[in-house]
Structures are given as structure tokens and as C-alpha cells.
Write a protein that binds this ligand. Structure first.
Ligand SMILES: Cc1ncc(COP(=O)(O)O)c(C=O)c1O
Length: 396
């Protein structure tokens, strides 16, 4: 036993030496534009609460009311006795919000991706996946038993090369994040759709960071780019723009009926608590009534990107509310984050293996409800510290 624990301790020391040790930061109080950590108030540039809904009065009221009416736990999986009227209604609301025939709720984005992929493809099939797709997609592919090809990030020539290799497989499934979670850039969905049609493939997209943000109705990047009808499997999460928890897949009724029967990540787990479902229902309503939230988050993010690019930072190809600041090695990135922390800005460092080797970065996120004054102050601080750490040049 001693050797077992010593082995774990050695691994942790190695992570520490490589500046890769992960540690928890504990937030005090409600999630908002400013948060408190150990008595220090910080401007929060790291949450996925893009629309500022996590502590919205309507969501809180709906959750409290649901606890009073249905209690705390769902008591079983949906297919046993964990299905309440509010679940059916919320799935209808989600389908209407996404403009699809039906929708199915999963307990998280992680289990949704694993459940959907393993239900849809297996031996004899092939998956074509963007190289920087989210870890939950990769884990689903690893589990499903299908052949797997990764195409270069957003590279349509490479996707076509992979599709040519996929000819002899039964089902060909292309999977892409719509808005990439660590780069903030956008999948070229219309070109992916063209290739999908040309080679007889099926398309699954992960709108975790696109739903609620992009598109006139907030349905996501597929709506924004005019290809919603061409996406067979449209997955999204409820813990980001929605400010709640959980995930969903939307599409044709036959797809949803199939997944309800076959997706192990849906079948073999206790249903989400009713309070979570009630808050999702309230979030859908707020998103529809308060369109300004998605307009604002994108215009504020565009302003921040313009300022930081002007200051000389490399933001990769961000075109969304997710703004990476490339800072290179792990130690410099941690130093950058910690210097910002000292001036009351929460900008978390993201390091390998979450991102590829030598591309450590700060991952900034903009909220619809950040004030212009706070964002301007943050840009100034980030630029000042960036110059001091020689991440950018110049002596403004
Ligand atoms: C693109 C993407 N898909 C799936 C997930 C997983 O979602 P969840 O946090 O609900 O498990 C995340 C984020 O965590 C994500 O960024």
C-alpha cells in the first residue's frame, strides 16, 4: 500500500514541477460579474455564465418553487419513476427553442456526448472529429468502438481527405464543437454540411458555447450560419449560457426516440433534480424575452477582442465571447493569471492537456452583464501586466 500512495505523490510532484498541478479556487457567494475569493473581490472573467442568468431572480424563483412542489431529488432514472410532468414540458420547450421536432435532456454535457456517440456508432462505423473537439466527445469516441479519424482544426481539405478514407464504413459521423471551448473560434458549418452531403455522412454538433449566444433566436451557431436543418444531431449544455445544469440533444423525433432507448448515459442514471429542470424552463423564457443579453455579450466581446488585439496580444482566431490570450509556456501563463489576481481580476490559466502542448493561455470570457467601465479597466490591467511579462511589446 505504501508504494501505491508514494506513486501517486510522485505523479503530483511531477505535475507541480511542470507547472501543471490543478488546484481548486473556492468562490464565496453567488456567481456574478464580480465574485469573492477569501475576502477578495475579483472581476470574474472566467465563468461560462455568459448571459448572467445563473443568479437571475426568475431562475431562482422557479427552482425554489420546484423544491416546494416536488422536493429535492428525482428518486430514480427517468425511465423508472424519475420522470415528472415538468421534464416532459421542458423538453418540449427546448425543442421549440431549438426549432426541432423533439429534445432529450441529459444530466450533463459530458454524459450527453458519451451517451449520444456510443448509441449512434459502433464497430463498422467511423467518426470524423475536429482535432480540438471537447474532451467529452473524445471520450465518447474512445468508448464507442467505431474507427476514428481526427481532422486538422477547421480544415476542410483535411476533413475531405478523411471522408475519402471513410468510404467503406457503414455509418460516417462527423462531430464538431460549434464554438470551440478553449479557442473561441467558430466551426465552418456550411462547408462541413457540403462535405457531409457529398460523402453521405451524418453531422453532430456540440453547441455548448453557441446556444443562447448566436442566431436571431439564440438557437446557436447553426442558426446563425443558416444550416440548422442540415444538422442531424444538435447537442448543447444547460450549465453555460442557460446558467443552470445539464444538457440536451435536439433533432428529429425518431432520433430522440432512439436515444431514449439506447443512450446509456440517459438510461442508467438518476434524473436531474426537479429544481434544475424548473430553472432551465425559466432560463428558456428569459432568453426569449431578453434578447439584449445575447446581443450585448457579442458586442462587448468584440470590443474586448479589438482592444486586446490592438495591444498586441495573440487571441488565436477568437470570434466569440470566449477570448484566449496565448501566453506560451505554463510558468508564464500561471504568473500572468496570478499577477491579474493580485489586481482583482479573475482570469484562469488553461494548460495542457486541456489545450495542446506549448499553447497555454488565459481563457477570458465576457458576460452580457459586465459593465463597459469594468471591461475597459480590465483591458488596461491585462495590457500593463502583459507588457511587464514581455508577452506583448511596447511601452504605452
Ligand atoms: C464543448 C463542450 N462540450 C461539453 C461540455 C461538457 O458539458 P458539462 O459541463 O455540462 O458536462 C463542455 C464543458 O464543460 C464543453 O465545453
Amino acid at each position: 500500500m505504501g508504494e501505491f500512495y508514494a506513486g501517486l505523490a510522485r505523479e503530483l510532484t511531477k505535475l507541480q514541477e511542470e507547472h501543471l498541478l490543478r488546484e481548486l479556487k473556492t468562490i464565496n457567494g453567488a456567481p456574478g460579474e464580480w465574485v469573492e475569493i477569501q475576502g477578495q473581490r475579483l472581476l470574474n472573467l472566467s465563468s461560462n455564465n455568459y448571459l448572467g442568468l445563473a443568479a437571475h431572480p426568475s431562475l431562482k424563483a422557479a427552482a425554489v418553487q420546484a423544491v416546494q412542489q416536488w422536493g429535492c431529488g428525482a428518486t430514480a432514472s427517468r425511465l423508472i419513476v424519475g420522470n415528472y410532468e415538468i421534464y416532459d414540458q421542458t423538453e418540449k420547450d427546448l425543442a421549440a427553442f431549438k426549432g426541432t421536432e423533439a429534445a432529450l435532456i441529459f444530466n450533463s454535457g459530458y454524459t450527453a456526448n458519451i451517451g449520444i456517440i456510443t448509441a449512434l456508432v459502433s464497430r463498422g462505423d467511423i467518426v470524423l472529429s475536429d482535432k480540438i473537439n471537447h474532451a467529452s466527445i473524445i471520450d465518447g469516441i474512445r468508448l464507442c468502438g467505431a474507427q476514428f479519424l481526427r481532422y486538422k482544426h477547421r480544415d476542410m481539405t483535411d476533413l475531405e481527405r478523411c471522408l475519402k478514407k471513410a468510404e467503406d464504413y457503414q455509418r460516417k459521423l462527423i462531430i464538431s464543437d460549434s464554438v470551440f471551448s478553449m479557442d473561441g473560434d467558430l466551426a465552418p458549418l456550411p462547408s462541413i454540411v457540403d462535405l457531409k452531403n457529398k460523402y453521405g455522412a451524418v453531422l453532430m454538433i456540440d453547441e455548448a458555447h453557441g446556444s443562447g449566444i448566436f442566431g436571431a433566436k439564440g438557437r446557436g451557431l447553426a442558426e446563425y450560419l443558416g444550416v440548422s436543418e442540415e444538422v442531424e444531431i444538435n447537442m448543447g449544455t444547460l450549465g453555460k449560457a442557460f446558467g443552470c445544469f445539464g444538457a440536451y440533444v435536439s433533432g428529429r423525433k425518431v432520433l430522440i426516440d432512439y436515444l431514449r432507448n439506447k443512450a446509456r448515459g440517459f438510461i442508467f442514471t438518476t434524473a436531474l433534480p426537479p429544481a434544475v429542470i424548473a430553472s432551465v424552463q425559466a432560463a428558456i423564457q428569459v432568453m426569449q424575452e431578453e434578447k439584449w443579453r445575447r446581443t450585448k455579450v457579442l458586442s462587448k466581446a468584440a470590443w474586448v477582442r479589438e482592444q486586446l488585439t490592438g495591444a498586441g496580444f495573440d487571441l488565436l482566431n477568437s470570434q466569440s465571447q470566449i477570448i484566449p490570450i496565448l501566453s506560451g509556456d505554463n510558468a508564464t501563463t500561471l504568473e500572468f493569471s496570478s499577477r491579474l489576481f493580485q489586481v482583482n481580476i479573475l482570469a484562469m490559466a488553461v494548460r495542457p492537456p486541456t489545450v495542446p502542448l506549448n499553447t497555454a493561455r488565459l481563457r477570458l470570457t465576457v458576460m452580457a452583464t459586465h459593465s463597459q467601465e469594468d471591461l475597459a479597466w480590465a483591458v488596461e490591467q491585462i495590457s500593463q501586466i502583459g507588457r511587464e511579462l514581455a508577452i506583448i511589446q511596447g511601452g504605452k
